[in-house]
Every structure is written in C-alpha cells, then in structure tokens.
Write a protein that binds this ligand. Structure first.
Ligand code: GLA
Length: 373
C-alpha cells in the first residue's frame, strides 16, 4: 500500500495548484460473529484488518468537491452547496460525508480529494465504511473516534440511503491491534477480545460482488422491525427465545436468527477467552446455518466455501461474514495448517466456480487515524 510520500506526490500530480492535503486512513473489517444483529441493537464481534482506505483532502478556493479514485481511475465532481441526493455511484460516500458534516454544522469549503484503497469493493470487508470513516477524518470536523463513526454512519444511512447498523463504521474507527471488538450496538459499550494464540483469521472472498444497497438488506431490516412491533418490543434485542413462540413464518425465522445470534456472540467471546477453539468453530458453523436457513442471506458460493473449509484439516470453523449474498467468508484456521488450507480451498473453488477466490490472512489492526500531517 502507498505510503505518505507517495500519496503526497500523487496528490500533487493530480491537483498541481493545491496546497498539501490532510491524509487519513481507515481499516476494513472482518466480522467474526454477530451478523445482521447491529441494526437490531444487538451484539457483534468484528475485527479491524490490515486492508485500508486512504483519503487525502485539501480545501480549495472554489465550491467544488473534486474526487479521484485511484482504484477505479475515475473522477467525480460535486458542487458543495448542492449535495442533496445520491447519484448511485462510488463518489456518494465522499459527498455523503460532506453532507453529514454540513448537517452537523461544520462549514464546508470546496475540497480536492484523492482515494487510495486496498479493501476489495463489494468483498464483504467493509470497503464503504472504511472510505466513509477515512473521509470523515480527512474532511475534518470530528473530535474523536466515536464522532468519526457517527458521521460516517450518518452519511451512509441519511445520504447514501443504506439502512445499516453501526458495526462497520464503529470498528473501523475504534479497531485495536491484536484484538477483536465486542460491541453492544444499543449502548455502544465495547471491549477488546483477544483471540487464542495459534489461531489464524482468514477472509476468503467469493469474488461474487454483493450490493449492500440491495433491496434484500432493506427487506431484512423492515422484517425485523415488523417482528419487533408484533412482539411489542423496541427492537429484537429485547426479544427472548420464549417470545419466538408468538411469531410465525418469515418474522419467526428472522427473529430466531437475531435472538440466537446474540447468544452466540457472547458464547463465542467466552470461548475465545478460554482458548476453546472447538466451541468457537462450532458457534461459527451454527451462525452460518442460521444465516442460511433462517435469515436467508447466504449464497451457493458462500455455502460451498464454508462446507469445503470445514472439511479441511486444521479448520476449526467457518461462516459467511458481512451482509451476505456474495462477499466473503471468515475462516478460523490453526496457524500450522494455513498453507494447505489456502491451496486446497482455492483449487476446489476454482474447479466448481471457474474463478479463484481471494484469500487474505487478517491481522487485527488499530483503528482509523490521521497519517499526515
Ligand atoms: C453490512 C452492514 C452492517 C451489518 C452487516 C451484517 O456489513 O453494513 O451494518 O448489518 O452487513 O451483519
């Protein structure tokens, strides 16, 4: 990934008359367990990873927000006073952050922006949240990590229009080196959870892009809100296993996933603390089954990756991670078995789906921050 001197020189080449930019970085994440629980105000256990988005931004004299994406080799231009609706493209994330900052009373000038990222887009590792968080820091106005996460989340829900929970932005802003983050999405209380030594966390990208703005995500959010209304609770966080008997059909299946998944997050954190790899793996596999059967957000490719992985030596468990319908799986693999795991999974996936998965051994990383000046 490009370092500060390289980013500065690319920025100067792109915007020759500009002053030096402020540069921020923000990590992507892999969620270990606690899927589709965040917008139900439940528990999640994500980990910030060593893939990141970098945003360099400098104010300009005019009112133009000029954005260039190095990954896409595309530029976009907005008028800062006229950011009122998303365009449905990648530049919405930056415009959305400018919109969110303005809504919070920050006086926005025009800006020149350069984006460099190695978080795969649509890979289920939160490339969008990483971009939003880095933009919130680079464009300024945020005092601390909590506020950065809030601004990026507000941009995503209020401007881009994805009714997502806070997990991705929160962990990107608050990541801790060497630990996952156990977050209560209702109180926003959190604590770091150290994973057992000798256990590798491996993200495997199915290379099937998911579209988070997809109607399916919205439908799940609405179905959960409806189930909560039927139970007379503020959110499914307040529902218990006993309540499930009062639901039926789709509402029952969605709520059953959320209620059991919250319990699995706590059990998984406990197992991690005891170093109980078997329990961690079992819970991951149960989570996947629940997402496949009750929540219906998996895909044939993700199911194949999980089923194949758990049959390989040294794999304690695997599950889909992120919103689903494509994207990645997260695999819990004994460190000594990594080489064989990668080559066997990759060759079986290629045989079946005629494309190679992208395999990334994740290092638990620190959260977002300014890297220049
Ligand atoms: C996406 C959303 C998150 C969360 C996950 C599912 O990553 O951005 O807020 O809902 O899906 O757990």
């Amino acid at each position: 990934m490009a370092g500060v001197p390289e980013i500065l020189s690319r920025f100067a080449a792109l915007y020759p008359s500009s002053r030096q930019p402020r540069i921020a970085q923000a990590p992507g994440r892999v969620n270990l367990i606690g899927e589709h629980t965040d917008y139900n105000l439940g528990l999640v256990l994500p980990m910030a990873i060593d893939l990141r988005s970098i945003v360099a931004a400098a104010p300009s004299e005019d009112d133009r927000l000029r954005v260039y994406s190095e990954e896409l080799k595309q530029s976009a231009e907005w008028s800062i006073g006229e950011i009122d609706a998303p365009r449905g493209d990648w530049s919405d994330r930056i415009a959305g952050v400018a919109w969110a900052l303005a809504r919070r009373g920050v006086r926005m000038a025009g800006s020149r922006v350069l984006i460099v990222s190695n978080v795969p887009m649509g890979g289920g590792l939160s490339s969008s949240a990483a971009l939003g968080v880095a933009a919130a820091l680079a464009l300024g106005g945020a005092r601390d990590a909590a506020e950065v996460a809030e601004i990026a989340h507000f941009a995503e829900t209020g401007f881009v229009g994805v009714p997502c929970g806070i997990m991705d932005q929160f962990v990107s802003a608050n990541g801790r080196k060497g630990a996952a983050i156990l977050l209560d999405c209702r109180s926003l209380d959190w604590r770091p959870v150290t994973l057992p030594a000798g256990l590798a966390i491996v993200a495997v990208n199915s290379m099937v892009k998911h579209e988070l703005g997809d109607s399916a995500y919205r439908t799940r959010v609405a179905e959960c809100a409806q189930a909560a209304r039927e139970l007379g609770v503020a959110s499914l966080r307040d529902a218990s296993v006993d309540d499930l008997g009062r639901l039926e059909g789709v509402g029952l299946r969605r709520a059953r996933h959320v209620v059991t998944e919250n319990a699995r997050v706590e059990a998984f954190a406990g197992a991690a603390a005891r170093g109980d790899l078997e329990a961690m793996g079992r819970l991951a596999v149960e989570s996947h089954a629940s997402l496949r059967e009750d929540y219906e957000v998996s895909s044939p490719e993700l199911d194949f990756l999980v089923e194949t992985a758990v049959g390989l030596p040294g794999v304690v468990g695997a599950r889909m991670t992120g919103g689903g319908f494509g994207g990645s799986t997260v695999n819990f693999v004994r460190a000594g078995a990594l080489g064989e795991f990668s080559s066997a999974l990759s060759s079986r996936y290629r045989q079946k789906w005629a494309k190679a998965p992208e395999i990334h051994v994740c290092a638990a990383s620190g959260g977002a921050g300014l890297i220049f000046p």
